[in-house]
Design a protein around this ligand. Structure first.
Ligand code: GLA
Length: 401
């Protein structure tokens, strides 16, 4: 990892009067296409970015986990072998959950003391998966455990699903673990098969623009789980109409329903379920077409698909909030932006875009001015930045080996 004076390191030194044993890092992710279909076994596109969460840490021989965040005020303390069953409802649930899920398969002897630092505002870039994976790396390292990529993904997802209570899919964790710089991760969330699609040599330059609405989000209090349930119920009904054998509702996904079945029985579904299901099939198509455009280096086509995906999230999946929807429409009307949409779940948080670097200043100015004209009270909270694609945790570990 590049040597830098991270604030988490100086804070660690001032608390513990010594240097940390190591620094763990996990990047944030963006998902330009394939929104809200990972939990239905869909196909997604993703990239890790060159910003994320750092943790300066050391081993605690007495098994205590003691972590402080530079972004939140409370300091967490728990015993690594006695994590409480119930979540508390704060940021440290991701650490508690990670320790609990990991300890189901690996005996944990040592604890960790550390300081965690996120480089960007929270919401839309999957800081929750990043904090979990960052902490897992530290906990594994002090306990001499070497995890495979699939295990990082499994424990981080289980932390959210089982401990925190968000029924997310594998998109965030997979991007943060598997992505490679200058490649697009093309992941089938039903089979877990994936491909790294290298940037074609004729692809024009691009950067990733992130526009934070100024509203931070927590998926636990959003309609995220409700939407997942709506998709499952739609799949359940369609399978029943078509006489397809089905399992428990919790194991049911739209991917199990052939599109022809949907076309045949669509009329019987309530409108609201049709909307969610239309989003699923159209987003699957966009994720596949996007992969082809990416291979061809056709950013104009790719960007157009992203804008369409954003519109589908607003109109059919009905996520987003007025502020994010305004950002989306401003981006659509901004020269130099190839395409953009809500980043991640999109209930609050940020929008992301692929941009032509030549227009960065104009883009920054126009989006900021138009957004704040509409929401002047968010002046001190709105922010934007540009970043690049980056390696996920596994690719970084290969470099470190
Ligand atoms: C959140 C979830 C992911 C995914 C996205 C939307 O980031 O954690 O699993 O569903 O929203 O694509």
């Amino acid at each position: 990892m590049e040597e830098k004076n991270y604030d988490c390191v100086s804070k660690f030194c001032s608390i513990y009067q010594r240097e940390p044993d190591a620094i763990a890092f996990c990047p944030y992710r963006i998902s330009p296409l394939g929104a809200h279909i990972d939990h239905q076994g869909g196909i997604v596109n993703g990239m890790a970015i060159d910003k994320g969460i750092h943790m300066a840490y050391g081993r605690k021989n007495n098994g205590v986990v003691e972590v402080q965040s530079l972004n939140f005020s409370s300091r967490v303390q728990f015993f690594v072998r006695e994590v409480q069953d119930e979540k508390v409802g704060d940021w440290a649930d991701y650490l508690r959950g990670a320790a609990k899920m990991l300890s189901e398969d690996y005996p944990l002897k040592y604890g960790v003391c550390g300081v965690i630092e996120g480089s960007l505002p929270i919401g839309g870039l999957s800081s929750s998966a990043a904090v979990t994976i960052c902490f897992l790396q530290a906990l594994c390292n002090v306990n001499n455990i070497k995890l495979e990529a699939s295990e990082y993904i499994k424990y981080a997802k289980k932390t959210e699903n089982v401990y925190v209570g968000v029924n997310c899919g594998i998109l965030d964790q997979s991007c943060e673990v598997l992505c490679e710089k200058d490649s697009l991760l093309y992941l089938d969330c039903e089979t877990n098969e994936y491909e790294q699609i290298k940037q074609s040599s004729n692809m024009p330059d691009y950067e990733i623009g992130i526009f934070f609405s100024g509203l931070e989000r927590n998926l636990t209090n959003s309609k995220y789980n409700l939407r997942v349930d709506e998709c499952k119920v739609s799949a359940y009904n369609l399978m029943a109409y078509a006489g397809i054998e089905y399992d428990k509702l919790s194991n049911t996904r739209l991917r199990q329903v052939p599109e022809e079945v949907y076309v045949q029985y669509r009329d019987r579904l309530p409108d609201v379920f049709c909307k969610r299901t239309d989003h699923f099939y159209s987003e699957m198509k966009r994720a596949k077409e996007g992969a082809i455009a990416w291979k061809e280096g056709n950013l104009t086509k790719y960007g157009k698909l992203m804008f369409e995906s954003g519109q589908s999230s607003i109109g059919l999946y009905e996520c987003g909030c007025p502020e994010l929807i305004s950002l989306y429409w401003i981006m659509r009307d901004t020269p130099g932006i190839y395409g953009g949409r809500f980043s991640g779940a999109g209930f609050k948080g940020c929008c992301m875009a692929l941009v032509d670097p030549k227009y960065k200043d104009e883009i920054e100015y126009k989006v900021r001015t138009e957004y704040l004209e509409k929401y002047p009270s968010l002046k001190d909270k709105y922010s934007s930045c540009f970043c690049h694609s980056a390696d996920g945790v596994m690719a970084m570990q290969k470099i470190g080996d």
